[in-house]
Design a protein around this ligand. Sequence first.
Ligand code: MGP
Ligand code: SAH
Length: 570
Amino acid sequence: MASSSESAGEGDYQWPWYQMGHFGINFIQTDGSKAFVEGDFSRAYIKDYELLRASKRPREAKPEEQLQATMSGISLEQNETAEDCDSNEKLLEEKDSAYEVLPKWTSDKKKSKKKKQKGRYNYHSFNEYWDVSYFWLTQLTWLNDFGDQMTEDNRKELTKKCDEMKPIYPIDQHENLLENVDYQNITKKMIENNPEATYEEIYSEHCELIKKQAEIDYHVFQTKSVTRRCKDMIARVKRLGYAPGFEDNQLPSFYNLEDQNLKREKPVIRDVRYTIDDLYAKKFCGAGDEKTDESTASTSDSNSLTESQSQMELVPNGSKSEIRFNFDPETEQHLVASNAEKLYANDPEISKYYYQRYRLFSRLDEGIIMDREGWFSVTPEAIAEHIADRVVRNNVSVVVDAFTGVGGNAIQFALRGAHVIAIDMDPVRLKCARENARVYGVENYIDFICADFFDVAATWAVDKKLAPKVDAVFLSPPWGGPSYLKAKEFDLATGCCPNGVDIFDVSLKISPNIAYFLPRNTKVSQLTELAIKAKSRMEIEQSSLNSKIKTITVYYGKLAYHEKSPKNDN
Ligand code: MGP
Ligand code: SAH
């Protein structure tokens, strides 16, 4: 490999990027055939200090302290009780300690009443759920484990209280809490290991363990809810008879890459079979406002369906219907990014991003909306700008953003002059993307398609008539959550969800020009294997943001660095 100080990114790129090295690898494949992959390593030097500084964290808002505050319902009251009964001296054998150690439940009565008035309730963060459920969760499980060490009266009293404490809307996993094995004898091990432990020590450990388990359950529940709302949405779309695509494989030829001022006419998308954009609905289908039975039909499904129903309206129009997504500022304040400080105050995983908020969207205060996953997966604006700068040139004018999320990349592709086909299977996130594109003034240059990317690719492969001519595909799938850096190397196949190798395979059916946005610790060997499939050169570009390598973007096809390779020094 030879290194080169040559600037590959000289010219009109906003951020400089450099070729760092060139490689050629011979492979002998499992079937014995030979393959050769040629490619480059490069690095883009991107800076957003100003945006980072503008997002600064106020001194008093330390998430650790706030986390403590949330726990205070347990720990503070527990301390009071501990003082009251001088319980340091009371060991396991003393009958009533198991009951007296419990903090008093008072204030939550109000909270549960409040929830009742609201009717069906969606929790927008684990802390919100924990806030209404921790007394019940910790005390009912305590009763289950240690009830036999209480007096009959106290046991009865606690049983009654637990009933009152139960939140009106526990998550599915907690509906029959005592039948859930994960919550049985959760602290018993600790006693086995430390028979001298006081009830205070045991109870404190008990609360920690219950919280950890509840958090796991909450995230499983949320993930399932999102999956349900995606499936539900897609099923509805299919029932309406929509197919994702464009009739006559034509997108309008209004793209003028020379037009840096973006003075383009509003694109006229002909015969869009399925779009969530209500502008198109009005223009092409003359959509009215009346809801169909389908949109108002209530189902017994929880959380997810309520949410997706509130997100969309199915609008009848004679034999045709159109799907509209409208952000409702009254009921969806939890999505407003500038409000997120409170919502995620005790969620360090997300508040970390809040204090970098303007680097995600420099116009965040102008109406950007995001759900929880949006916060940790949106591409920082400066990186998205650079990727768009790399992708939207050399006559690339139609870009498929296969995993649009809340639109960080789609917006930049459109700002750079591309027409974007933005796909996401989550109606809530796609709605965020559309609203965010509106904030940046580019919603008319983006087609929003709520569908599973695999379905779209399969439809376009089978029905060539529906497939638009696509110049490049951008891939930024889920990496399995913020913990993707925990493993030394990120496995493309098992780390991405859906499988990252399958994603690449279907993308190749749409275009050989692919930009793949991935974790910085992705296995390089897997990336080169993709180049064999693509029969193309490749380039692995590290995005250095303020001197820290944040992510990588791997370019295939004509998006990869194409200059003659530098001479090998050896
Ligand atoms: P990060 O986890 O914040 O890394 O992700 P960082 O900043 O190095 O964290 P630290 O704790 O090591 O300092 C960096 C960026 O990767 C995010 O801002 C997102 O743009 C992107 N990203 C992160 N996740 C978990 C995903 C994901 O699941 N999908 C996609 N497409 N991008 C992600
Ligand atoms: N680049 C985006 C972030 C993408 S996060 C941004 O800057 O905002 C990944 C997205 O992929 C999520 O929104 C998720 O809903 C979506 N997704 C996951 N599986 C999908 C599939 N099979 N088809 C389409 N979208 C999918």
